[in-house]
Write a protein that binds this ligand. Structure first.
Ligand code: ATP
Length: 588
């Protein structure tokens, strides 16, 4: 398939944010795509080469790309940098430069999607001392044969700056229309995606084998399943109202969710955002095979830091020591953990998702053998408000965050947040009702004690419909000196010359960041805001929502991707909830 077809599509897609138009452009593109390349096209649309869980990073720095453009065009690095500064985007700058060049040379060979993809793949695999030269060679050879528009998109993919704003749901809508003629079949595709986390694979199967085959989609060991998530409730009473009078309550431990895939001695761990995190937990890798009484299994657990002497649970932050590179062996002994199992998704070659909670828990207790390191999450069946209260009290005393409440007769709904699981935290019972996980989009330089760091951060929610990050507040309180240091280290490499197009903010910041880092904040209230863009026009025309008195809780949520941050829908629910509480208390 000619790469120019893809570049033309990208060009059209970049000029719209409307979901229906994007879907139509995708359908047209899929219809022109031969089956052998459909999976590649789906990955490239998302600016990837493979599904996220494979952890393939292109990792090409701007400097290196500039050298490659210079090599291929014969134009000096300085001139390219000037053009880049003017355009604010290296892809655009390169196409401008190559436009001048193509007037004097002619193209040697048409480039195909396959060739671009294979070359990018080779680049992603390069490491070591000579890798820079090789990368430059590969990139410039592609650019030599590319027309300006193709060059723009090759560079955008390489630099990770291709942002078409196409959500996974839109891709699935388009696949359903293109290959089954009916958008409603998206639901069937969604199941396949939720159990494989691999949209390219789903596309390939529907294109080559049709919808019937998708219906029989199998879970594959070592491919992560998208996690089931919980709705929040504010009180025991609300939980009873939603779940009736016979459901399970489990401790909500304050650790990191780990999806454990195991077969024989092989163990692979995935985080909540489906990143392969096996390297951070060599202790789990080593000890799990002994504890599992099955040929193979996919299990879910919460890894929690513990006090070695007392066995008490420690807060989530303690686990983050394991994220520091090169010191993992030390961290394993210095910050010990236990692994607390709460679900089983696959066992001895069979999917368990359709089993109800009760049967899954029974199976889990049969398959997993407890010891000092391996535990089941404490669980009890509750029938009334008092029993929930007592268990919540026990859970908080044991150092956990609250309770997870789970319907006994319901299956595991991969990839969805719903009311078959509810979370009840002590902190929900006051003020706003919950903490929010927000994306850091901008920074303001600190003064006084905070000189040399970002004293205040601009934060955003995730807008699922638009696939953008909408500003919701500035936060400058709750930071210790150590937090400020750590945030500076993390955020500095994310500074961009121009605001990322996915950021939606009317407020100006001193610096803009790639929208990647998620931090947790609490606030006293959600208010209508003329400036902030979160949930714009949803509650009041021409106004968004903002947080009042936001405060950083100390939690940097490295395990969450930006798209896992609190959404505008969640903020609207909290806003309405707070109005209802005020109303119930006769405050308004
Ligand atoms: P939060 O920010 O409250 O951790 P979340 O968005 O990560 O929420 P939710 O499904 O809303 O995910 O809340 C469940 C989270 O709580 C899980 O992702 C998991 O990390 C953690 N957890 C702790 N104990 C349990 C449990 N018993 N069952 C399920 N999840 C648990």
């Amino acid at each position: 398939m000619e790469f120019s077809v893809l570049a033309d599509s990208f060009n059209k897609m970049e000029s719209t944010r409307k979901r229906l138009e994007l879907t139509q452009l995708l359908v047209e593109l899929f219809e022109k795509t031969p089956n052998e390349v459909i999976s590649k096209i789906v990955y490239l649309i998302q600016g990837k080469l493979r599904p996220d869980f494979e952890g393939i990073e292109l990792g090409v720095a701007e400097k290196l790309a500039i050298k490659a453009i210079s090599k291929s065009s014969g134009i000096s690095i300085k001139k390219i940098e000037e053009e880049y500064r003017k355009e604010g985007d290296l892809g655009y700058a390169a196409s401008k430069i190559l436009e001048q060049k193509t007037q004097t040379t002619f193209l040697v060979e048409d480039i195909t999607v396959e060739r671009v993809y294979e070359t990018l793949f080779k680049i992603s695999k390069l490491g070591g001392s000579r890798s820079q030269d090789m990368k430059i060679k590969y990139i410039s050879s592609l650019l030599n044969d590319a027309n300006p528009l193709e060059a723009r998109y090759i560079l955008k993919i390489l630099l990770g700056s291709l942002r078409l704003g196409i959500a996974e749901n839109t891709v699935m809508d388009a696949l359903a229309i293109a290959f089954s003629g009916n958008k409603d079949n998206r639901k069937i595709l969604e199941y396949a995606y939720n159990v494989s986390s691999d949209l390219g694979k789903v596309a390939e199967i529907i294109a080559t084998k049709g919808l019937e085959r998708i219906k029989k989609f199998e879970v594959v060991l070592f491919n992560p399943i998208r996690p089931m998530l919980a709705d929040r409730v504010k009180s025991e009473e609300e939980a009873i109202g939603k779940m009736g009078t016979n459901f399970a309550a489990e401790y909500k431990l304050d650790g990191e969710r780990v999806q454990i895939h195991v077969e024989g001695g092989k163990v692979v761990l995935f985080s909540r955002s489906l990143e392969n995190i096996s390297n951070y937990y060599p202790d789990i890798i080593e000890k799990i095979p002994k504890a599992i009484q099955a040929d193979n299994a996919i299990l879910e657990a919460e890894a929690v830091a513990i006090n070695e002497n007392t066995g008490d649970f420690l807060p989530f932050q303690e686990l983050m020591h394991r994220r520091r590179k090169y010191k993992i062996e030390k961290a394993v002994t210095k910050y010990p953990i236990t692994v607390n199992f709460f679900d089983i998704l696959y066992c001895n070659g069979k999917i368990c998702l359709e089993l109800n909670y009760k049967d899954r828990r029974e199976k889990l207790e049969k398959i997993v053998r407890e010891d000092d390191f391996v535990k089941y999450i404490p669980m009890t069946i509750v029938k009334n408000e008092n029993e929930i209260k007592d268990f919540l009290e026990n859970s908080i005393n044991a150092g956990s965050e609250g309770l997870m409440l789970k319907m006994l007769d319901k299956p595991y709904q991969a990839g969805s947040r719903g009311s078959n699981w509810l979370k009840l935290k002590r902190e929900y019972q006051n003020e706003l009702g919950d903490s929010l996980d927000l994306v850091v989009i901008g920074g303001f330089f600190g003064k006084g004690r905070r000189t040399g760091s970002y004293g205040t951060l601009l934060l955003a929610t995730y807008d699922e419909d638009e696939d953008t990050f909408t500003s919701i507040c500035k936060v400058g309180t709750g930071f210790s000196d150590e937090d400020l240091d750590q945030l500076y280290q993390i955020l500095n490499p994310k500074v961009t010359i121009k605001k990322n197009p996915r950021i939606n903010s009317e407020m100006e910041a001193d610096v803009w960041f790639e929208p990647e880092l998620v931090i947790e904040v609490v606030a006293s209230e959600i208010t209508i805001s003329p400036i902030h863009q979160a949930a714009k026009d949803k509650i009041r025309k021409d106004a968004g929502l903002a947080l009042r008195f936001p405060k950083f809780t100390g939690k940097i949520r490295l395990e969450k991707a930006a798209e896992d941050a609190s959404t505008n829908e969640e903020v609207i629910t909290l806003y309405k909830g707070q109005k209802k509480v005020a109303h119930d208390r006769n405050l308004i």
